[in-house]
Design a binder for this molecule. Structure first.
Ligand code: NAP
Length: 238
């Protein structure tokens, strides 16, 4: 898909990776870039159009979709996480993961179900789901987050098959840690969200349906088909 001339909506576009990809879309001359934000009054970035959007609230999602009837490119980016000091045996694991699932998985589903028909009506386009290499391994301290990203990957795979014949390309974006608030407290190597945004849009413009944005993601995916998969002994943390 050509980004130039497209009309994009980036959920969670006020900071972090969402803001980085919104600016990259602008740079590549998207005709319009909506950013879904929970607090539009606090958002001010030249040329980006804030739309009130809480992806956990069906009424908010419906209202946002009503304001963005010209969208041809949706970036499902809004996301959150949780840390489990006791790893997979954390007694609060279910409760915490329900909150994270509501944003990362159900939020993506709600927004997609509201906007995919709009994209189809506008003649087709694309949906980019911001996943993670954590879809394919789980650090104990991030057990819940990893589960949500695996589930979001699975949804993405079904969605791609459904939407391809309707003229909507679905791209799954996998990357390792990026330098954003989400992983502020993790002392690990992090990539620049602007580089990941550029890799995602390069992939989209080349017609790719899956992008490994950095070496960590490439390594994790490659290892899935080996007897010694990275997920058997993840080594970054925990
Ligand atoms: N950082 C990493 O290492 C990394 C690696 C791979 C993938 N990712 C993925 O990249 C995406 C963006 O994460 P990030 O690193 O940029 O995190 P971030 O800096 O914490 O930003 C998260 C964004 O999501 C928004 N958001 C959270 N809950 C929302 C809700 N209910 N409705 C609407 N927006 C909501 C936040 O809005 P508020 O400002 O209102 O809170 C914020 O704009 C996520 O899907 C994440 O899983 C991140």
């Amino acid at each position: 898909m050509r980004v130039r001339g497209s009309v994009a909506m980036v959920t969670g576009g006020n900071r972090g990776f969402g803001l980085a990809i919104a600016k990259e879309l602008q740079e590549r001359q998207a005709a319009k870039v909506y950013v879904g934000v929970r607090n539009p009054a606090a958002f001010e970035e030249d040329g980006l159009l804030p739309v009130a959007l809480d992806v956990t609230d069906p009424a908010s999602v419906a209202a946002a979709a009503g304001q963005c009837g010209d969208v041809t490119l949706l970036v499902n980016n809004a996301g959150t996480g949780a840390a489990h000091p006791d790893g997979s045996l954390d007694p609060d694991l279910i409760q915490t993961t329900e909150r994270v699932l509501d944003v990362n998985l159900y939020g993506t589903i709600r927004t997609t179900q509201a906007l995919a028909p709009v994209i189809v009506d506008n003649g087709g386009g694309a949906i980019v789901n911001v996943l993670s290499d954590e879809a394919w391994y789980a650090l104990p301290v991030l057990t819940g987050y990893a589960m949500t990203k695996s589930a979001e990957w699975s949804f993405t795979n079904a969605l791609r098959v459904d939407l391809r014949p309707r003229g909507v390309e679905v791209l799954g974006l996998h990357g390792g840690f990026m330098d954003t608030d989400l992983v502020r407290d993790l002392d690990v190597a992090k990539s620049d969200p602007r580089d990941v945004a550029a890799a995602a849009l390069d992939g989209l413009e080349q017609g790719k349906e899956e992008v490994m944005a950095d070496e960590q993601a490439r390594l994790v995916k490659r290892s899935l088909s080996t007897d010694d998969g990275y997920y058997l002994h993840p080594s970054v943390l925990g």
